[in-house]
Write a protein that binds this ligand. Structure first.
Ligand SMILES: [Zn+2]
Length: 286
């Protein structure tokens, strides 16, 4: 914040009183086909699960047209989610554009979009037991796409210590183990996350990023439909419910359970995985 601002111009009030316009209208996005997803879930069968240990991360694969759920199992726990195209790590979740297209916090009907130049839905949120939370009196909400992920570099800068179990490092180790690539090769592919179950917002008068204890409890889950073949990475954040601190070993942490479900093939007979963005990529060059 600027502590010593220059005097405001005479028409400051007028300039600040302009009407906010929602930048991207959701009506322009592909329609959320609730009937399709709900029908496809009717006779889905569980085909796999991965338990993510506290202060660690795991990778999991979800074929296009399958569902996956992230479940709270033993206690309030926040998860940091990364998504990649299963066959190309260069295509990955794009939190910034997802935030602009939907909102700072995502829930049922919202998509998780991939980066440029692919820019297509990677996953659609089809259920969320915390959808009741809405926006609280502090302006906080759950499942944000505004935070990045806790990381050892920021921690080193602010606290002068090396802590190895931040979500960034957890995701880096998990991706290395899953792909067989070295830490150096995979680290650039770890990206800004969806903060599953985390409750965050901005302090009203300073716009500083805040977190508060997650309302998630064992039995809660968020469910996604894979719009393309996915490789997921999920870290059980060392912040636990992120109600007090993060990037240390002081906070109680719990595992997270990822479940993968095969959907009704009959319902999805005519469904197609999302296609990459059709922009010509000529950028005005003749
Ligand atoms: Zn974290």
């Amino acid at each position: 914040m600027n502590q010593n601002p220059k005097p405001a111009p005479a028409d400051a009030g007028e300039r600040k009183a302009k009407t906010p316009i929602v930048a991207y209208s959701v009506e322009q996005l592909p329609v959320y086909d609730e009937v399709l997803y709900e029908s496809a879930k009717q006779d889905m069968e569980k085909v796999g699960e991965v338990t993510v240990a506290p202060r660690d991360a795991s990778c999991f694969e979800v074929p296009a047209g399958h569902f996956f759920r992230i479940n709270s199992v033993e206690g309030p726990q926040v998860g940091d989610l990364n998504l990649w195209n299963l066959y190309d790590l260069n295509e990955r979740f794009f939190s910034g554009k997802t935030r602009q297209l939907h909102a700072s916090h995502v829930t049922i009907g919202d998509r998780l979009w991939s980066n440029i130049p692919y820019l297509r839905p990677m996953a659609t949120i089809t259920d969320d037991t915390l959808a009741w939370y809405g926006i609280d009196d502090d302006g906080g909400s759950v499942h944000d796409v505004i935070g990045t992920r806790c990381d050892p570099y920021t921690n080193h800068m602010l606290k002068g210590v090396d802590y190895h179990y931040c979500c960034h490092s957890n995701l880096t180790r998990a991706l290395s183990k899953h792909t067989g690539l070295s830490l150096d090769e995979v680290e650039p592919h770890v990206h800004d996350v969806m903060n599953v179950f985390m409750c965050t917002g901005f302090i009203l008068d300073t716009h500083q990023y805040f977190m508060k204890a997650s309302p998630v409890r064992p039995g809660d889950y968020i469910e996604f439909f894979a719009e393309i073949d996915l490789l997921g990475g999920l870290s059980a954040c060392p912040g636990g419910d992120c109600g007090s601190s993060h990037s240390d070993d002081a906070t109680p942490c719990y595992p997270l359970l990822v479940e993968i479900f095969k959907a009704s093939q009959k319902i999805l007979e005519n469904w197609q995985p999302a296609k990459v963005n059709a922009y010509s990529r000529t950028h005005g060059m003749n």
